[in-house]
Design a protein around this ligand. Sequence first.
Ligand code: DC
Length: 220
Amino acid sequence: MAKSIAIDGPAGAGKSTIAKMVAKELGFIYVDTGAMYRAMALYMINNGIKAEESDKISATCQTADITIKYEDGVQVVYLNGENVNGLIRTEAVGNMASASSVNGDVRKKLVELQQKLAETTDVVMDGRDIGTVVLPGADLKVFLTASSRVRAKRRYKELTEKGVACDIETIEKDIIDRDYRDSHRENSPLKQAEDAILVDSSYMTIEEVAGKIIELYRAK
Ligand code: DC
């Protein structure tokens, strides 16, 4: 049976960077489920659908064909045959993804795709509901978090390095609001699975966190 590690947690905790390192070390495939929700959001935007039009989102998601492939070890997301990796990291797509990912029909479709992938391949999968809904039988479940202040500082550093003017108080407020939305939605809220191990990355380096997860997996 294929092996799996589930990494859930709020935005900015370092999930994707760490999941990628863990996957590389163990020879597993890294599955970024957020990218699938982003591709679906892009499809909604391309179809002129607004975040509050939940009936239209339910109907339209049925015609979205989202697949992922690995090219040189990198996950590439295809939306109806088109590589959309370069189009899904914008603020507009992120905001639409946050809204459309609450839709039950969107979630059903993407969860099925994620489960199918993990049936045949060893995966490190990150998201919000991997340990609770997508892979309840995962070999290891980690709930990765960091304080809102630390996450805001990381984001501030990232943005200022890119030359984007920003303010740390506003960033922290956005993070707190998003955490609240993600953990209070009706469908698959962000929540630590009962058997998940809590890892707080506030005062750890990325390498320390990845090392800890690998150690936890090997100890299983
Ligand atoms: O991790 P990210 O920012 O790329 O995720 C984009 C959006 O998708 C985010 O608003 C949360 C949502 N998401 C989700 O609901 N479930 C997942 N398993 C992964 C992401």
